[in-house]
Design a binder for this molecule. Structure first.
Ligand code: AHR
Length: 541
């Protein structure tokens, strides 16, 4: 498949490795190490000078692509015993509602670059069944833009709509904006009304294409060609609706040979017309690490490096253009993905809703996802949208069959971020603590700490990854501004088997447990973090 050409790039470029020394955003302080238990002091100050700007909850969004069983059998299945009147799976819908996912990217991904949105609107019996060339699958078009936007409203999430800038034109992109957002009296808004939807959908966030730097992408083109096309599409779309938030398509990841140069050339063409640029990244515990879990658990630091590098390119172009506008970043695809990444797992064999990319996640994957969440929190001043890729059945936290669903291991850190990361990220200062050497990465601290403070309900949440595979580490938390604190919640995700997975047969094999309650005395809370764990603590202050 076309996608395999990307794997060639990935292998060659990852051989070059990424050099990163330590978590430069964490300013670690280390204290003494005592026997088998290392102790470090963690201090944070509730003073607003030590808080990042208010957290945009969209940083913890997700993604649903017309791919495999994400849409069909995942969120939409009119023949299911769980279907509601719209054909939506109620059990999955309620689960996503409970998660409170703030924004969902749709309809792709690679799929979008050959997608004709007109095939997916209007009477269902008239919609064509087409060959989806991105995934060699049959697309029935029974679920399209209006169904997705109705699903979003029912769930209580915002859409992040992807546009076809592969085979599609800027004119068809602007037509979709008109179809979605103009009230009435124009060709495309009246078509929407004819399709039974009187009120405009008012979609604000749009992706200008997907991974156009990749030779696997339908309509792949050079950076200058894409930058010009994105600028044209953005201009036409803004004529229709000036309030849009537009995301240009950045590099597919640091392993691409054109990494950063693509971003620069694209932005040279379209900087003035867009609000953000996209970043994508999938992590694996083979080619990047040789299967070394200690190294794998440090990979969130290379996500931070990627954020810093792409932000630097944006700022460089801003300077060159003497523009007052600073772009934000949309990390709109990120996850662990490497097992279901070749052969049959990638080829739909011209079937409807084939089983594709059904990655089974283990404990170590969930721990890294926790670290990646910490990295997004620490960079939430620049990353305003993020999408865990994806949400249901395809490299996903939620897996369905005809009888129900189960939660994969990675569900839990994502759920904690959604429930507990509220308000603003703390600019935490951790004293340099015990660390370990990761070739190519330098000294990596065992503990990775991120936190939030929510002035609305007076809570502080702390998210801690212990990368040490064999030892517990102690964290001393000094409540500098307020001595008093009331522990509200404490959970830990850990286990003896890093390769343990959940499944329909054992849905709770890897699940959070109540963490030991830390003791606070004289304004100091002592927390013991078990080896190979990701923990959440929330206090009322
Ligand atoms: O999320 C799966 C695929 O990964 C997406 O379709 C594509 O954008 C990326 O390469």
């Amino acid at each position: 498949m076309a996608f395999d050409s990307r794997r060639g790039f990935l292998k060659r470029a990852s051989a070059a490795g990424l050099a990163i020394s330590a978590n430069h955003l964490l300013a670690p302080f280390v204290r003494a190490q005592t026997g088998g238990l290392a102790s470090s002091i963690f201090r944070f100050d509730l003073d607003s000078r030590r808080v990042l700007p208010a957290l945009d909850r969209n940083v913890f969004g997700s993604f649903l692509e017309h791919l495999g069983r994400a849409i069909y059998e995942g969120i939409y299945d009119p023949n299911s015993k769980f279907a509601d009147a719209n054909g939506f799976r109620k059990d999955v819908l309620e689960e996503i509602q409970k998660l409170q996912v703030p924004i969902v990217r749709y309809p792709g991904g690679n799929f979008v670059s050959g997608y004709h949105w007109l095939d997916g609107v209007g009477p269902k019996q008239d919609r064509p069944k087409v060959l989806d060339k991105a995934w060699n699958s049959l697309e029935t078009n029974q679920f399209g833009t209006n169904e997705f936007l109705l699903w979003c409203r029912t769930v209580g999430t915002q859409p992040l709509l992807g546009l076809n800038l592969g085979t599609g034109t800027p004119e068809s992109a602007a037509a979709l904006v008109e179809y979605c957002n103009v009230d009435k009296g124009t060709k495309w808004s009246d078509l929407r009304r004819k399709h039974g939807i009187a009120d405009p959908h008012k979609v604000t966030h749009w992706c200008l294409g997907n991974e156009m730097d990749g030779p696997w992408q339908i309509g792949h083109m050079s950076a200058v060609e894409y930058g010009e096309k994105a600028a044209d599409a953005a201009r036409q779309m803004r004529y229709v609706d000036p309030s849009l938030k537009l995301i240009a398509c950045g590099s597919s990841g640091p392993t691409m040979p054109t990494y950063l140069e693509w971003d620069r050339e694209v932005l040279e063409q379209c900087y003035d017309y867009v609000d953000a640029i996209s970043l994508h990244r999938y992590f694996d515990n083979t080619s990047e690490t040789g299967g070394d879990t200690a190294k794998f658990l440090a990979l969130n630091l290379s996500m931070e490096r990627q954020i810093a590098e792409v932000a630097a390119v944006c700022d460089y172009v801003q300077g060159r253009k003497r523009s007052p506008k600073k772009l934000w970043l949309s990390f709109d695809e990120w996850n662990v993905w490497y097992r279901a990444h070749s052969g049959p797992a990638m080829d739909g064999n011209r079937k409807e809703a084939p089983h594709l990319l059904e990655e089974v996640y283990n404990l170590e994957d969930a721990l890294l996802v926790g670290g990646l969440i910490n990295s997004l929190l620490r960079n939430s001043n620049r990353v305003r949208v993020g999408c865990l890729a994806q949400l249901v059945n395809v490299i996903a936290p939620i897996m369905t069959n005809s009888n129900g669903f189960y939660r994969q291991t990675i569900y839990y850190p994502y759920n904690w971020a959604l429930q507990f990361a509220r308000g603003a990220a703390l600019d935490v200062l951790v004293e340099p603590g015990p660390s370990y050497e990761v070739p190519g990465y330098g000294q990596v601290p065992y503990l990775d700490v991120a936190g939030t403070i929510n002035p609305d309900d007076g809570t502080v949440s702390l998210f801690v990854l212990n990368r040490d595979l064999s030892k517990a580490h102690q964290l001393e938390l000094n409540w500098e501004a307020k001595a008093g604190s009331r522990l509200l919640t404490s959970y830990v995700l850990t286990g003896s088997d890093l390769k343990a997975v959940n499944g329909f047969d054992a849905p709770q094999r890897v699940a959070p447990q109540a963490a030991e309650k830390p003791v606070t005395s004289s304004g100091v809370t002592k927390i013991e973090l078990p080896p190979r764990s990701y923990s959440l603590y929330q206090w009322g202050i």
